[in-house]
Design a protein around this ligand. Sequence first.
Ligand SMILES: [Zn+2]
Length: 237
Amino acid sequence: MASTFNTRGIVINRFAHREYDSRVTVYTLDFGKIDLLARGAQRSGSKLAAHIEPLSLVDLMIIKGKRTDYIGSAIVNDSYAAIKADLEKLQAAGKAINVFNRLVRHDEKDETLFALLAEFLDIISRSDQKATRLLSLWSLKFLAALGYKPELYNCLGCSKRLEPTENYFSASRGGVFCPACSKNEHQSEKLDETSVKIMRLALSHTLSDLANLRAEEKDWQRVGGAINNLLNFNIHN
Ligand SMILES: [Zn+2]
């Protein structure tokens, strides 16, 4: 008898496989990121197909195969309808899923990463905060969870505590430099005190606490730019 496992997962993506099947990448609570075969999901009228749409929280029964594991059954727990009905939310969720997929390796269970992704999808579903702002805050928390937490309190050059002035952020060095040390850091960008504060808050609070964080649009832009640079650096290096 084949062995089966039950787990909860977030569907990351899905591709056609052979004539009638699909290959689905799921980030599961119990096994981390795994690829599964969904037999017959490309056939018209497949009941399984509707339950393995990318960007949904599903309860899965997995059947262990000789060469590949496949989905025995899937039940949607949350289809995130509010995200799919809002273009800005959908783009932010798509970006989060994409960077998550690029930076998270296969077959490594990590309940913190699972909770972080699930919390993000849950919060952008119901928050009035701009999805792009929540995406920036989430991205920083996600990078920190992967071990890429930037240094935001002491200068990376001289180790002195950063003064509340205009400092410099370097995505490639992973943190902030004081004005004096920044002269040797050609790839650093100015980062004002408010932006540094927002980034510190992002790392010390839950996303749900951060959902009501107020700042001016220019501050969000700067923070978003710095976090995006950090994200891109870690994706490409
Ligand atoms: Zn310094």
